[in-house]
Write a protein that binds this ligand. Structure first.
Ligand SMILES: NC(=O)c1ccc[n+]([C@@H]2O[C@H](COP(=O)([O-])OP(=O)(O)OC[C@H]3O[C@@H](n4cnc5c(N)ncnc54)[C@H](OP(=O)(O)O)[C@@H]3O)[C@@H](O)[C@H]2O)c1
Length: 373
């Protein structure tokens, strides 16, 4: 498309040289000789670069967005209608990247809304980036097909853009719906599961595959034994838990780090009785250093938190069902934090003491041989 536009515009020999240069650049771009992928998601960037990994898995970048109607525990419920409304607002705002999971019990609603948008011609499938996850009660090679097919059915899609192994530990569901009632499956074999994940790329059910809540050692073992490398790692990452070692590891291995709990998951944390390991930490959105920087930029603390993470090359998936905040969280590309701001925010890291999520609603999770934390 770009080449046609240039050809119409040019008629002199010097312009022909320019065309030739542009064509060479485009060729290099599409043959992946130039690394154009940046984990910074810019809503104004409509080029949607693609990168082939191992000549098999393709990774597309999109804008960021996440919604869920229900958390792991049922304390954080948004009704179907609330989710439907907020997803519509998010799509109208311009969000195109949806993070979900079987465990969030919202794939059927997301599927319904996406189907309405696609049928009405308001968006095309290839403009969307849909990420979903293999539940930990499906962490056996023989279960992967079944769960990805279920997600495809519920999301009303022919393919998923990115499919993640949600947790490194396995559970037996045994007909239970509460994680607290499920039994640990201590036989979890990451390499065998990953092989089945790779098959999903080959059979076209997903464009790319990745991991979530895996530690560096577990991720490295997959890298060392895979045919398709993980495209992404979705882990807790925020102001108080910045995991610079994981950030560096992902950068080094060309893995996109996706941050969850970027805003400190306040409502869920309180509802589920969770806290940072260091209980003395101030509420994240009220952190003095953060509030001061936000005021300086005439932005909200939430926008600065998201921008801070995003500016470090990490993808963010803030959750909101509030129309004003959905729009607010999208406005993070029109300002930049300077070195001083970035350093001040980096200094708020509390390491392991800043971690919130340990999945302790899963009974005896620490006894699982693959418990990652
Ligand atoms: N892979 C995993 O294991 C895993 C684990 C946890 C979460 N996740 C993913 O990460 C997503 C992010 O959710 P999270 O639970 O980590 O929480 P989060 O995004 O850190 O925070 C969400 C909370 O912040 C509020 N909020 C949103 N925007 C705000 C703003 N601009 N100002 C003030 N408050 C704001 C939300 O309330 P309102 O809705 O009322 O705005 C909600 O209470 C989840 O939806 C899920 O997709 C993944």
């Amino acid at each position: 498309m770009y080449i046609t536009a240039v050809a119409v515009w040019s008629d002199s020999s010097s312009n022909m040289v320019i065309i030739a240069i542009i064509v060479i650049i485009l060729k290099l771009y599409y043959s992946n000789n130039i690394e154009l992928i940046s984990p910074i998601h810019d809503k104004n960037d409509r080029t949607f670069p693609e990168k082939k990994r191992n000549n098999q898995s393709k990774f597309l970048f999109r804008n960021l967005f996440v919604l869920r109607s229900q958390s792991f525990t049922v304390m954080y419920i948004a009704t179907g209608l609330e989710l439907e409304k907020s997803l519509n607002i998010a799509l109208e705002t311009g969000y195109r990247f949806i993070d979900t999971a079987i465990g969030y019990n919202n794939e059927p609603i997301i599927g319904k809304v996406l189907n309405e948008w696609i049928s009405a011609g308001k968006v095309t499938r290839d403009e969307l980036f849909i990420l979903t996850k293999l539940p930990c009660y499906g962490n056996r090679p023989e279960d992967v097909d079944k769960f990805i097919k279920q997600s495809l059915h519920d999301l009303q899609l022919d393919y998923i853009d990115m499919y993640l192994v949600h947790l490194p530990i396995g559970l037996f569901k045994n007909g239970k719906s509460e994680y607290s009632e499920m039994e640990l499956d201590k036989s979890t074999d990451h390499l065998k599961i990953w092989k089945k994940m790779e098959e999903q790329v080959h059979n076209g059910r997903t464009k790319s595959i990745g991991l979530s809540n895996f530690n560096i050692k577990q991720t490295q073992r997959i890298i060392d034994n895979c045919k398709i490398r993980p495209d992404s790692l979705q882990n807790e990452n925020h102001l108080y838990f910045q995991s610079p070692d994981v950030v560096e590891f992902c950068k080094h291995n060309g893995i996109i780090l996706i941050s969850y709990s970027s805003l400190g998951m306040k409502a869920f944390r309180e509802a589920a009785g969770l806290s940072w390991n260091n209980k003395q930490l101030p509420e994240m959105l009220e952190n003095d250093v953060l509030v001061k920087i936000a005021k300086k930029h005439s932005k909200t603390p939430a926008q600065v938190l998201l921008r801070f993470i995003n500016q470090k090359g990490i993808s963010v998936i803030p959750k909101s069902t509030c129309p004003r905040r959905i729009m607010e969280n999208f406005q993070i590309f029109d300002f930049k934090l300077n070195t001083e701001d970035m350093d001040a925010l980096r200094n708020q890291d509390d390491g392991e003491a800043g971690r919130i999520v340990r999945f302790q609603m899963i009974k005896n999770i620490e006894d699982h041989p693959e418990y990652p934390f």
